[in-house]
Design a protein around this ligand. Structure first.
Ligand code: GLU
Length: 290
């Protein structure tokens, strides 16, 4: 058996906070205990929000915490070709369709639906895609493409699930309701997710799945906020013929009011706490690690 491979995968769209420290420590310690390696991946596909100074700060803050990772660091913005190749595989299975709507148009469609009663929301609270782009005629599609209109690529979830059949993942941590063991994947709750955005030829779901496979990752350790997204990730792995991984979702570090920590909250930012004279041992205590 090859040694297990773990990864910590922050986005450089802000400074790391206590929640990232917990995720990085849990990853690092599980990797060590398993005799495996830990990789660092910079998830910077959102080129408008990600900045080099945040990436530099990630390296500094992790090193300060005492976290070690194996080189090279993978930067998603340097691998758009790999995501395009995965999209081509899904397209060949007729599982993608073009969606030309703007955010405002989608919001208007949702508002319209909500006049007739509640409209379903995904596990993150965003409305399920209400559009009908899947049934756009070939002629309309061709005309709009020829006119250079930007479009997103969506996964035809019903067709994808029909192709993949019943799927599950192995969970060694736990979901928000204590779920662990073999978890049945339920990607339908996300609707027809976007796999390539108008402004970038991939999306979080696609990039994370492709990269975990390319990097040989065997264990994904991350916060419980991504527990339900794992259903989409497992589905994409099956459709793309990629290996199944072991998932370990850990508790979140919450604000005093029970909300998720935001990157903009300075009070929990690692740089801020370090500037106040705190040591890594203080950070561990704050996040409930011994
Ligand atoms: N880049 C994601 C984040 O910053 C984490 C992705 C993952 O671990 O799968 O929350």
């Amino acid at each position: 058996m090859t040694a297990p491979v773990f990864r910590f995968a922050p986005s450089p769209n802000g400074y790391l906070h206590l929640g990232h420290a917990l995720s990085a420590y849990v990853n690092f310690e599980l990797a060590r205990a398993a005799g495996g390696t830990m990789l660092l991946r910079i998830e910077d596909i959102d080129e408008a929000r990600c900045k080099p100074e945040f990436e530099q700060a990630i390296f500094e803050d992790l090193a300060w915490l005492g976290i070690e990772w194996q080189q090279p660091v993978r930067r998603q913005s340097e691998h758009f070709e790999a995501y395009r190749a995965a999209l081509a595989k899904l397209d060949a299975q007729k599982l993608l369709y073009l969606s030309f709507e703007s955010r405002a148009e989608i919001a208007a469609l949702v508002a319209e639906r909500e006049r007739h009663g509640p409209w379903p929301r995904d596990p993150d609270g965003a409305p399920i895609y209400p559009g009908s782009a899947k049934s756009l005629s070939a002629a309309d599609r061709a005309r709009r493409m020829a006119a250079g209109e930007p479009y997103a690529l969506r996964l035809d979830m019903a067709a994808a699930i029909a192709r993949a059949g019943a799927i599950a993942w192995q969970e060694t941590g736990q979901g928000p309701h204590g779920e662990n063991g073999t978890i049945p994947a339920d990607p339908a709750v996300w609707g027809d997710v976007v796999l390539a955005r108008k402004e970038t030829p991939t999306s979080y779901h696609l990039a994370v799945v492709v990269d975990d496979a390319i990097q040989g990752v065997t264990h994904v350790v991350r916060g419980q906020d991504l527990f339900r997204a794992t259903g989409v990730h497992r589905l994409l792995q099956v459709l793309l013929g990629l290996p199944a991984l072991v998932y370990h979702h850990h508790r979140l570090v919450l604000e005093a009011d029970g909300h998720k920590l935001a990157k903009s909250t300075q009070a929990t930012g690692l740089r801020e706490l370090r500037a106040q004279g705190l040591k890594p041992s203080d950070i561990r205590r704050l996040i409930g690690l011994s």
